[in-house]
Design a binder for this molecule. Structure first.
Ligand code: FAD
Length: 647
């Protein structure tokens, strides 16, 4: 049957990429259909129920700044929040939350079901409708044909997925879900370049059988017993409030020991990884426990975090023992750790191998080069992680919607967003192992902070139609308050006459010798905004005290985020200005577009290897060309000369 309605955007897959893609396209006014295996698994976390972390939290904040769902769903479902690296510089500070997986899924589903312009339909997609070199729809398992102008494919780990536990294996998309075999075969038929990757997950434990008295408690931020017990629990979304959070729970820490390592080693001869049963490459920085014991043989213990999976379940996720060893080894290894001597395993750990598609065959917009209107996002592009998937889904959803509106693609730069770094890395460098985000991947990370994701992206999100009125109003209030207060600080002067030596020594550590404005004083590393506001201005006739009349809404919920922006801008202004200079210098060449028809084989100055690489990857800008592996700075200079001569 041909379904009577024609859509602008069909999204295949209701994981983290698919849900953000569908929401974004629908928010932008496109008639959107989300086709997924199972409505019950919309927004399902396949592995640990945790969102964020260093680099990943940055992506979540960016998705949020563009009106996405992930941060708000985490605020509604989060049962423990922490700010990582809180004592380090603002560029690497990151939010991480443990989520109740049921509450998280429920929040995502509610947002999807209430999104205007979006329909959801439960069916496996087995085929794509392609006319000439253009996709025109998707066909489901029972033969229902849905026509659309664009398709965003976000099939995650499901394409020809194969689960391994020891030397046993079977086809699946993840434990308990079917694989997408027909669709995988169809994509191979379409000759899209693909490969195999793998990822893994630990056995899940029954918390009722854990002896927590032998483990170390780890409370979240703002929880009793933590260093930040006097502060509110952090929030993820720029629209989030601590009052949205459900009850908060602690995590627990145990550790492996020599006995655990012996048990693990005794299973090596039945490990699918070490016996060559698994061909796909796994994530190096998120290794299985057998991989850790094998590679770091001299370490006699590894920390294992016992993370609750929710408020209404006893299920516990043991973070750090992802494994595909046989079940008897899994059983013995968990029971060798303190507190887990009598533990019951609820679900075995496993590894999964799946197809991914070489992201170097995508355009900068994530549209495939081979088939017009077909976009790929998420794990299918060789990444790992919910956050990387959500960011890509949002991006592909935006670009599919822009194509439907007849507008050019939105391509955030590497200096504008981690999303720009992610997309650029994928399309220029491809992947050799599952790709995850790190702050070290961003060359301009001082300006790509979590705290200013809204300042970087909400305006552009509003222009594209992604940001609703409530978020836009809140954003403007914050932006206005930051600029108003920055101006006030610059216009408020103190000097030895109006600020006596004992008062300036109390607040600033030493007395001031000349006139300063408060903005200048705030640049000093040891002077905080709160200290400046604590100066007894009334007594000395200086208007330094915050008052409701002068600052208005700085007193309410905006106070903390506004002060944070003002302090970071003041303390890091030298570094930030220097980085802005670097961005400006790089921008000219970075964005210089390369002619689509340029035949690199006819650029004689370049080496054969570079010519072949550029001809194969066809970068869209000189900046992208410079990041193709094997393309040297010297080759870029030669290319530039060639381009100038051609003009
Ligand atoms: P998924 O979340 O996999 O969602 C895909 C969706 O598409 C599903 O809803 C599925 O039902 C649907 N679908 C697929 N094919 C079809 C079809 N033909 N028709 C209709 N619907 C379809 N990430 C980490 O960061 N750290 C980890 O340690 C980690 N471990 C993992 C362990 C395992 C076992 C698995 C499975 C994943 C792990 N991940 C890990 C990865 C993380 O789960 C993914 O990166 C993330 O979920 C990818 O999001 P996605 O939206 O691309 O795909």
């Amino acid at each position: 049957m041909l379904y009577p309605q024609e859509f602008d955007v069909i999204v295949v897959g209701g994981g983290h990429a698919g849900t953000e893609a569908a929401l974004a396209a629908a928010r932008m006014g496109c008639a959107t259909l989300l086709l997924t295996h199972n409505i019950e698994t919309l927004g399902q976390m396949s592995c640990n129920p945790s969102i964020g972390g260093i680099g990943k939290g940055h992506l979540v904040k960016e998705v949020d700044a563009l009106g996405g769902a992930m941060a708000l769903a985490t605020d509604e479902g989060g049962i423990q929040f922490r700010i990582l690296n809180s004592s380090k510089g603002p560029a690497v500070r990151a939010t991480r939350a443990q989520a109740d997986r049921i509450l998280y899924k429920a929040a995502i589903r509610r947002m999807l079901e209430n999104q205007p312009n979006l329909l959801i339909f439960q069916q496996a997609v087995d085929d794509l409708m392609v006319e000439g070199d253009r996709v025109v729809g998707a066909v489901t398992q029972v033969g229902i044909r849905f026509r659309s102008r664009t398709v965003v494919l976000t099939a995650g780990t499901f394409l020809d997925g194969k689960i391994h536990v020891g030397l046993q294996n079977y086809s699946a998309g993840r434990a308990g879900d079917p694989p997408a075999v027909s669709l995988s075969a169809r994509l191979k038929e379409l000759k899209l370049p693909q490969g195999r990757l793998k990822t893994g997950t630990p056995p899940r434990l029954d918390g009722k059988t854990i002896d927590y008295s032998k483990c170390t408690e780890q409370p979240g931020d703002g929880m009793p017993g933590s260093d930040t017990a006097d502060r509110p629990v952090p929030v993820f979304s720029f629209m989030g409030k601590a009052s949205m959070h459900p009850q908060q729970l602690p995590c627990w820490i145990t550790h492996t020991n020599e006995r655990t390592h012996e048990i693990i080693r005794s299973g090596f001869d039945r490990s699918p990884m070490f016996t060559g049963k698994i061909e796909g490459v796994g994530p190096r920085y998120c290794p299985s426990v057998e991989d850790k014991i094998n590679r770091f043989a001299d370490k006699d213990s590894h920390q294992i975090f016992l993370e609750p999976e929710g408020l209404t379940t006893h299920e516990v996720y043991p973070n750090g023992i992802s494994t595909s060893l046989p079940f008897d080894i899994q059983y013995a290894l968990v029971r060798s750790m303190p507190g887990l001597e009598n533990v019951h395993i609820l679900r075995p750990g496993y590894a999964i191998e799946y197809d991914y598609f070489d992201p170097r065959s995508l355009k900068s917009s994530f549209e495939t080069r081979q088939i017009q209107g077909l976009f790929f996002a998420g794990q299918i592009n060789g990444t790992t992680g919910y956050e990387e998937a959500a960011a890509q889904g949002l991006f592909a959803g935006i670009n599919a919607a822009l194509q439907c509106r007849g507008e050019g693609a939105w391509l955030p730069g590497r200096d504008q967003a981690y999303l720009g770094v992610l997309v650029d890395d994928l399309i220029t460098k491809g992947v050799t192992e599952p790709y995850r985000m790190f702050t070290s991947r961003a060359e301009f990370r001082l300006q790509l902070r979590e705290d200013n994701a809204d300042m970087r992206l909400t305006e552009v999100g509003r222009q594209m139609g992604l940001v609703d009125d409530a978020r836009w109003d809140a954003f403007n209030r914050k932006r206005d308050a930051v600029s108003r207060e920055t101006e006030r600080l610059k216009a408020t002067w103190v000097n030895p006459r109006n600020l006596p030596a004992e008062e300036s020594a109390r607040v600033l550590g030493k007395s001031i010798e000349r006139e300063y404005n408060l903005g200048d004083l705030l640049r000093r590393p040891d002077v905080s905004y709160a200290a400046l506001m604590g100066m007894d201005g009334g007594k000395y006739g200086v208007d330094t005290l915050v008052s409701r009349e002068t600052l208005g809404d700085l007193f309410d919920d905006l106070h903390e985020p506004v002060v944070e922006q003002i302090e970071i801008a003041a303390k890091y202004s030298g570094y930030i200005d220097r980085q802005k200079g670097e961005v400006e210098r790089a921008a000219h060449y970075e964005n210089l577009r390369l002619p689509a028809e340029l035949d690199y084989m006819a650029v004689p100055a370049l080496s054969i290897e570079v010519r072949q690489k550029l001809n194969k990857h066809r970068p869209e800008t000189l900046g992208q060309a410079s990041r193709v592996s094997g393309v040297t700075p010297a080759a870029i200079s030669l290319l530039l000369i060639h381009l100038k001569r051609g003009k």
